[in-house]
Write a protein that binds this ligand. Sequence first.
Ligand SMILES: Cc1cc2nc3c(=O)[nH]c(=O)nc-3n(C[C@H](O)[C@H](O)[C@H](O)COP(=O)(O)OP(=O)(O)OC[C@H]3O[C@@H](n4cnc5c(N)ncnc54)[C@H](O)[C@@H]3O)c2cc1C
Length: 470
Amino acid sequence: MAVPPASDPPASRPAGSGPPNELSGPARSVRRRFDGPWVEVDESLLARLRAVCPQVDTDDESRVEMGRDWWPLATHWAVAGQVPGLPSVVARPVNAAQVAAVLSCCHQARVPVTPVAGRSGVCGASVALFGGVSLDLCGLAGVVDVDSTSLLVDVAPGTFGVVLEDGLRGDHGLTLGHWPQSMELSTVGGWVACRSAGQYSTRYGKIEDMVVGLEVAMADGRLMRTGGKAPRSATGPDLTQLMVGSEGTLGVVTEARLRVHPLPPAQARGAWGFDTFGGGLAACRRILRRGATPAVLRLYDADESARTFEMAGLCVLVVVDEGDPALVDATMTVVGSECSAGAPLDEALAAQWVENRNHITDLAALTRHGIVADTVEVGGRWSVLEELYFDAMAGIRRLEGTVAASGHQSHAYPDGACLYLTFAGQGPSPGDLDWADRYYRQAWDAVMGSVSHHGGAISHHHGIGLNRGR
Ligand SMILES: Cc1cc2nc3c(=O)[nH]c(=O)nc-3n(C[C@H](O)[C@H](O)[C@H](O)COP(=O)(O)OP(=O)(O)OC[C@H]3O[C@@H](n4cnc5c(N)ncnc54)[C@H](O)[C@@H]3O)c2cc1C
């Protein structure tokens, strides 16, 4: 394969991206928490990698940083100077040919490669568990092409969400409509690899609804293109969807073709309060059943309504829609009629939600106080959702050390929805890693147990990684 000269320096990551917590001690003393089989990159492979890739780092700081992501449990390990895994080297290509060449070299040497991008994953998926090469994809960045007639964008995988959306809006009057809370921390490739969902998903869909085609570098270094030529095709299994959600295990995404939309000319907001979580869920279900798809349809349980909106004894439903004015009006009419069992609340609550929607919990501060917390997003059918929620909450509350258990419904469909469940526990003393590991595992087991009992999906949009892998 012809490899272009390895000269362009990789683009840097946005300031502030990467895991929030400081690692204790100098990088050279940081140890890996999972100490299974580990593959070293020898001098001969290192030389070959350097010949095809503009930057290959072997320093401790780079390796340690690539050994962790935003997995909340790992914030406790960081305080003890540990990361989940460690690569032997970090390769930073800037184009698809270099990605393919790195993969080809590693394939021939039988050395494992772990793709890594924004490292905003919350399950340890980008961690180089078996050593080898961390393949940093943030250097493949930028919009490649926009077809505004067909409403399609081709984009490089290491493009951060906020950069893509700013470019689409500013230069083309378009939007992707994909707004994960990690907009500033995550990349297009990471979204595709994890089947990400944005906050406006009820109108725009999840990332799998937006991807129409991919360029992928396979493990042996061959490049292939999937789909992308027409809105639908009947030419066999859909290889694009095989890659979506594969978390870097089947290939490396080197370009994505995504559906985009004209900037919405109208927006509407509303809020309602329900006496019970079940009553609010029923309203959401009826709204979707009638074919209305408000961009945001989020129902908070009583605990989260009190915490987020200072609303005691109510379950707050926040609704935001945007798009063509005629469709927005029709949608909000359906929403209003299906929420008649609830109390209309000040629209300012929805504005408050929009304003604060990307506020990120200070994980490092929680860790300092010895609080072990996480959010577990799961999916289920409407017919089981309420029971699934109550069983999961009861399971978390039964655990010794639990200080909080709460949830909300955040992404809705005609057949079911995503529940976003939060737990927090505090052990006898901060820094007790055994307690943190045990409580964390028990809390996850409580939620996963309820999900599997009610026949739900164990992840709606964060994927599997090391955490759910077990
Ligand atoms: C505060 C916060 C809020 C969040 N909110 C949301 C949310 O609202 N919605 C949501 O969906 N997620 C959310 N997440 C989770 C996270 O942002 C997503 O999982 C995101 O898709 C990860 O993208 P990334 O670029 O950071 O990927 P990384 O974490 O670097 O990698 C994730 C996985 O993707 C693989 N990968 C990365 N790039 C490629 C590529 N080019 N080809 C093949 N595989 C690749 C990696 O190997 C790994 O398996 C949140 C995370 C945080 C920290």
